[in-house]
Design a binder for this molecule. Structure first.
Ligand code: GDP
Ligand code: MN
Length: 402
């Protein structure tokens, strides 16, 4: 599950990480109120207005309706409502969204932290994430922050550093100092950075995140170190022990079909292809996607119906898959281990009749207990459903229709 910038920042703050402060707003009036509050609390004269969507690159992104950027600076209280209005309710297109962009329901009004002073403000990159190769958490950081980190990785990989954390002992003081040193800091900023690194790591661990990315981490002109942005992915499997974070879920940011599937207990992930698939078991679902690809199609989704492939679930799964207009055929691949294949076949037939207007070919491959009976049941149903027993047969059927 992903979080919004403002949610990530409030979590960071609770772990002692210094942040660029702000308040959310859903209307231009609320934006003005937020700015006034910030002014009295921090003394800031300028304000940053930031679209809250689950995608990065907002600063360079454009709101389709108004041409506004997704992150803008207001140089007085008076400028706030108009600039807020140009973002709110619009669709923000960034390098990380689709062409249609994402609707902006909320903005974050933040204090300007790039104020002039003794030194120039400087931007760094930092993230904590899981290194799957070593099975350890690591801190990834770079003195080249504020920009697209993928470009830095490609053009100047030597400017990206990593620090692995031993899970038995957690983050050590010397590691935090190494980070601050590699970022070229000294004096007050060095000290602040060591605190920042330790607190960020604790936040990552504390909320069971699988990624916590801060880009940019800012060194202000008076040597404070703070998080200007925050991008967080929380491990869904750990949400049961973080009720407060589970409540931060914003379903409007997720694919509506995936949300609907989740509500009926189906593991569905939408993909870009043309062959829908319905499978029991995640491993078999992956293998099925491979076979679709090998036979010249492209999987339109991942869908694991789970252990009980009864008529009701099969129908729910069909309805979810059929919502995707690019689906040209559906491959049902069920292994009858605990469930009997003839039961599943009956489920497919019933679901097909119930839905009524299915106008694309359906290929059903049932293997396992009572597979032969199942095939007969489908063949005798008189419906436009092709039965198969081996995966190769099913793949050949897919090939014939896509
Ligand atoms: P992203 O574009 O979605 O990654 O959004 P960020 O939160 O990283 O903001 C984008 C850019 O806005 C930053 O890299 C900064 O250059 C700029 N920005 C953010 N906060 C401030 C601020 O307080 N003052 C000024 N002048 N610029 C800011
Ligand atoms: Mn950013």
């Amino acid at each position: 599950m992903n979080l919004h910038e403002y949610q990530g920042k409030s979590l960071l703050e609770s772990f002692g990480v210094k942040i660029q402060k702000g308040y959310t707003a859903s209307t231009p009036e609320e934006a003005t109120e937020a700015a006034k509050k910030l002014q009295s609390e921090t003394g800031t004269e300028w304000f940053v207005i930031k679209a809250q969507i689950h995608a990065g690159g907002r600063g360079k992104g454009t709101v389709t309706e108004t041409g506004s950027r997704g992150v803008v600076l207001a140089k007085s209280l008076d400028e706030v409502p108009e600039k807020a209005k140009a973002i709110l309710g619009g669709h923000l297109v960034t390098a990380q969204t689709s062409k249609e962009g994402k609707k902006v329901n909320k903005i974050y009004i933040a204090q300007d932290v790039y104020y002039p002073g003794d030194n120039e403000p400087e931007e760094y990159y930092m993230s904590v994430l899981m290194n799957r190769q070593t099975g350890r958490n690591m801190i990834m950081y770079s003195p080249e922050g504020g920009v697209d980190i993928e470009t830095v990785a490609e053009k100047t990989p030597e400017k990206i550093f990593t620090e692995e954390i031993d899970p038995k002992v957690g983050i050590q003081a010397f590691q935090a100092r190494k980070v601050a040193f590699n970022l070229g800091l000294s004096g007050q900023a060095f000290k602040e950075m060591t605190k920042f690194v330790v607190s960020l790591y604790k936040a990552y661990e504390g909320i069971d995140a699988s990624m916590f990315e801060i880009n940019p981490v800012l060194k202000t002109s008076d040597d404070q170190i703070m998080a200007v942005d925050s991008k967080v992915t929380v491990d869904n499997n750990a949400l049961f022990r973080h009720k407060d974070i589970a409540e931060m879920r914003d379903k409007t940011e997720e694919d509506p079909t995936e949300v609907e599937a989740g509500e009926v207990g189906l593991n569905y992930v939408k993909l870009d292809g043309n062959v829908g698939c319905m499978v029991n078991g995640a491993g078999l679902a992956m293998a099925t996607m491979d076979i679709i690809k090998l036979s010249g199609g492209n999987p339109a989704n991942f869908l694991d119906v789970g252990g009980t492939a009864d008529a009701k679930r099969v129908e729910q799964a069909f309805r979810i898959i059929l919502k995707d207009g690019s689906v040209k055929a559906i491959l049902v691949n069920i292994f009858g281990g605990i469930v009997r294949c003839d039961r599943v076949a009956q489920g497919v037939v019933d679901a097909y009749k119930n839905i009524g207007d299915i106008d694309i070919p359906i290929i059903v491959r049932l293997q396992g207990t009572n597979a032969e009976e199942a095939k007969k049941l489908i063949d005798d149903s008189g419906l436009a459903v092709h039965s198969a027993i081996t995966l190769q047969e099913a793949a050949d059927n897919v090939k014939a229709v896509v």
